[in-house]
Design a protein around this ligand. Structure first.
Ligand SMILES: Nc1nc2c(ncn2[C@@H]2O[C@H](COP(=O)(O)OP(=O)(O)O)[C@@H](O)[C@H]2O)c(=O)[nH]1
Ligand SMILES: [Mg+2]
Length: 310
C-alpha cells in the first residue's frame, strides 16, 4: 500500500522515475474494470462510491478509488470531504482511495489519472472507481474512456438537464438519479427518458436509469449489479472500443508532452525561449514560424536534436 501511494505521488509529480515505473508495469495492466462516476458537485458521487465500495467488498473485491474534484485545488476542502465520506473504509487494506487535485499536472489530469489507474490495477485492485465532477473538458476526458460510465443526477437542480446537453448524454452508459428521497425524481426520470429517446443511437443500447438514495444505501446493490450486466452485455458494453480509445488518447497526450519537454530542454533551453518570445512580441516573427523552426530543429536532425539523441 505504501509503495502504491509513493508510486502515485511520483506519477503526479511527473518525476523521471515515474516513467520507468510505468513502463515496467504496463504489460501487467489492463485487468481491472474501470468504473467512471460523474455528475454535478454535491450530487452524491462520493457517498455513492462509499456505498459501492461496501457492496464490492461483500463480494470479496479489492477496490481502488480515484477521486477527482477541481474545487479541491482551491480550497483543499473537497479532498477532506471525500476522505470523510469514504472514511468507513479508511482502515481496510483492501480499499485504496486516492484524492487528486486537478490542476498543475504535467500532461494534465487525464494523464495522471490513467497512470494512477495502471498502478492500482497492477497492485490488484479491481474494480477501480473514478469519481469526477462532470463539468469541464478535462474531467469529461478523464471519465469517458472508463469501461463503464455512470452519470449521477439529482432531482430539483435545474442545471442537470443542461449538463446532459453539454455532452454528458453521449458518454453515459447508465444514469443514476440519486437523492430520490427528494421531490422531483419521477419528473427528472421522465425528462431523461424523453431526451434519451430523442438521442437514440442504433449502435448503442439506450442507457438504463436507476434511482438511488445513497445516504440510506437504497438502490446501491442494484447499481453494482447493473454495472456488471452492462459490462457483460453483447460487445462487452463497448469495452474494447473504449480501451482502444483510451490507448489512443494516452499515446497522443504522452507524445505531445514529450515533444514539449524536448523542445524546452533543446531548442528552447536557456535564453532561447525568452529571445523567441521577444521576437514575437516585437512582431519580428510570428508564433507559427517560430514553432515551425523549433520543430525543424527537433525533428530535422538539427544540432540540438542530435545532442538530445546521444
Ligand atoms: N437527501 C440525500 N442526500 C444525499 C444523498 N446522497 C448524498 N447526499 C448528501 O449530499 C451531500 C453531497 O454528497 P457528496 O457525496 O459529497 O457529493 P459529491 O460532491 O457528488 O461527491 C452530502 O451532504 C450527502 O450526505 C441522498 O441520496 N439523499
Ligand atoms: Mg465528491
Amino acid at each position: 500500500v505504501r509503495a502504491l501511494a509513493r508510486g502515485i505521488s511520483q506519477v503526479e509529480e511527473g518525476v523521471p522515475q515515474a516513467i520507468a515505473l510505468l513502463q515496467s508495469i504496463f504489460p501487467r495492466t489492463g485487468n481491472a474494470t474501470v468504473v467512471g462516476l460523474t455528475g454535478s458537485p454535491g450530487s452524491g458521487k462520493s457517498t455513492l462510491v462509499d456505498r459501492l465500495i461496501a457492496t464490492y467488498r461483500e463480494q470479496g473485491h479489492r477496490v481502488g478509488v480515484v477521486a477527482v474534484d477541481p474545487s479541491s485545488a482551491f480550497s483543499g476542502g473537497a479532498i477532506l470531504g471525500d476522505r470523510v465520506r469514504m472514511q468507513s473504509h479508511a482502515t481496510d487494506a483492501d480499499v485504496f482511495i486516492r484524492s487528486m487535485a486537478t490542476r498543475g499536472f504535467l500532461g494534465g489530469l487525464a494523464r495522471a489519472t490513467n497512470d494512477s489507474i495502471d498502478l492500482m490495477d497492477v497492485a490488484g485492485y479491481d474494480p477501480i472507481l473514478v469519481e469526477t465532477v462532470g463539468v469541464g473538458q478535462d474531467e469529461v476526458e478523464v471519465v469517458k474512456t472508463a469501461d463503464v460510465v455512470v452519470v449521477v443526477l439529482v432531482p430539483g437542480m435545474g442545471d442537470d438537464i443542461q449538463a446532459i446537453k453539454a455532452g454528458i448524454l453521449e458518454i453515459a452508459d447508465l444514469f443514476v438519479i440519486n437523492k430520490a428521497d427528494r421531490p422531483g425524481a419521477d419528473r427528472l426520470e421522465a425528462e431523461l427518458q424523453y431526451m434519451l429517446a430523442l438521442a437514440e443511437n442504433p449502435e448503442r443500447p439506450r442507457p438504463r436509469i436507476l434511482t438511488t438514495v445513497a445516504t440510506e444505501n437504497r438502490g446501491v446493490t442494484e447499481l453494482r449489479d447493473e454495472i456488471q450486466t452492462h459490462l457483460q452485455s453483447p460487445g462487452g458494453g463497448q469495452r474494447e472500443a473504449r480501451r482502444r480509445e483510451r490507448a489512443r488518447a494516452r499515446l497522443l497526450t504522452v507524445l505531445s508532452d514529450r515533444l514539449m519537454e524536448r523542445a524546452l530542454r533543446g531548442p528552447l533551453a536557456g535564453e532561447a525561449l525568452d529571445e523567441l518570445v521577444e521576437e514575437i512580441a516585437s512582431r519580428n516573427t510570428d508564433p507559427y514560424s517560430a514553432a515551425e523552426r523549433i520543430l525543424d530543429q527537433l525533428l530535422g536532425g538539427g544540432p540540438t536534436a542530435r545532442t538530445e539523441d546521444t
